[in-house]
Design a binder for this molecule. Structure first.
Ligand code: PLP
Length: 419
């Protein structure tokens, strides 16, 4: 088997598996009571929270455990929208057309609850422009929340979040100058009038993240994208930012996300995060090399030697793109046929995001970037991990070449038979 779908999920890191297994065996206490097994669980929980906070330059009190990226995104958006000013019956939200469905579908839900939403366009490489955000903020003085992902899961584009947050802060200052927001109201959003959320699920562990530099209010992360276990993640909530509770019940997670904590999974998550951030540079070197090797092999073997038309999606490899992502279109070919053939050869890849594979609609991200349905329908996403090898990539290119040759030959047959 050749696994080239690391953006969907990736194998667990040994350190995470070891620590989690050990915790499953021995750390059985519920982290709430005061007797020794409980206190041991509580100590491990606190330690994991501190380790995770450090990976993004946050304070441990700003980390709230969740079940993963989808929950973090849902909580950030609904919580921020609903925690707004007491008399508000709605408000405006700004997001982008290239977000993950965890954000887009939550926005659709909020629209059904009376909020209005603007979906910013992205350019051909998947970038959101600060100018378009500025214009949208000016057109909607009732904006309460902006949500833009840090890195795109389909094409690897790293969004200029720091710059986008600056646009929001500038707008807040302009509004504050125009109409003073009463102190009581300001407190509701932690002194901020417009909250900024970023979905960092794909970026976390792959690019350096410092929440103080980014100046975001909310940031969501998932463990299984960095070699941690599935079903756990965290939401960073800037100190003072008030958002509604997600799950009501006990006092866990400061009463905002009730329910007995999954301590072993959280321990595994912290171990994976510590290793992923510690080895980030050396791991990135490997995946950058594989990304370039893959692109070159596709260019030479398919484009140059076979004359097959290839279109690259997303920015050029480099600082503005995730290192392991290779998104490539074969216009005129059906991604499902290509994927089935890869699958038969034991190669795991994806058409767009994992959540859209099997869906009949072409990827909303590629449609937003290119407005080209044929291109979107013929797109494959490969996301590479450190355990991949050049041999695996050459085998993948060989299978792709064979498949495309066969499809092209079959298409020509009826014409030839007729002659
Ligand atoms: N956001 C992005 C950008 C993702 O890529 C994913 C998963 O693919 C999610 C959110 C959802 O994360 P999870 O699978 O942890 O719910």
């Amino acid at each position: 088997m050749i696994y080239l779908d690391h953006a969907a999920t990736c194998p667990m890191r040994k350190c995470a598996l070891d620590q989690m297994t050990e915790a499953l065996k021995n750390v059985y206490g519920n982290a709430s009571p005061s007797y020794p097994p409980a206190q041991e669980a509580k100590a491990k929980l606190d330690q994991a929270r501190s380790v995770l906070a450090e990976t993004i330059g946050a304070d441990w009190r700003e980390i709230f455990f969740t079940s993963g990226g989808t929950e973090g995104d849902n909580w950030a958006l609904t919580g921020a929208a609903e925690a707004g000013l007491p008399e508000r019956t709605g408000g405006h939200i700004i997001t982008t057309r290239a977000e993950h469905h965890a954000v887009l579908h939550t926005c659709a839900y909020l629209e059904s609850r009376g909020y209005t939403v603007s979906y910013l366009p992205v350019d051909e490489e998947g970038f959101v422009s600060p100018d378009s955000l500025e214009k949208e903020l000016a057109a909607h003085p009732d904006t309460v929340l902006v949500s833009v992902m840090l890195a795109n899961n389909e094409v690897g584009t790293i969004e200029p979040v720091e710059e986008l947050v600056r646009v929001v802060r500038k707008r807040e200052q302009e509004l504050a100058g125009k109409e003073a927001v009463p102190e009581a109201k300001r407190k509701e959003t932690g002194g901020r009038r417009i909250l900024f959320h970023t979905d960092a699920v794909q970026a976390y562990g792959k690019i350096p993240i410092d929440v103080k530099t980014l100046d975001v209010d909310l940031l969501s992360v998932s463990a299984h994208k960095i070699g941690g276990p599935k079903g756990v993640g965290f939401l960073y909530l800037r100190k003072g930012t008030r958002i509604g509770a997600l799950i009501h019940g006990g006092a866990q997670e400061s009463g905002r996300r009730a329910g007995t904590e999954n301590v072993p999974a959280i321990i595994g998550f912290a171990a994976a995060a510590e290793e992923a951030t510690g080895k980030r540079q050396s791991e990135e070197e490997k995946t950058i090399h594989l990304q370039q090797f893959f692109r070159e092999a596709l260019r030479v073997e398919l484009q140059e030697k076979e004359g097959i038309r290839i279109l690259w999606n997303g920015p050029q490899p480099g600082e503005r793109r995730l290192s392991g992502n290779v998104s490539v279109s074969f216009p005129g070919f059906d991604q499902r046929t290509l994927l089935i053939n890869l699958d038969l050869a034991g190669i795991c890849a994806s058409g767009g995001s994992a959540c859209t594979s099997g869906a009949l609609e072409p990827s909303h991200v590629l449609m937003a970037m290119t407005q080209d349905r044929k291109r979107a329908e013929g797109t494959l996403r490969f996301t590479l991990g450190t355990e991949n090898t050049e041999e695996e990539i050459l085998e993948t290119v060989r299978v792709l070449k064979e498949t495309i040759d066969r499809i092209s030959h079959d298409r020509e047959l009826p014409e030839k038979c007729h002659k």
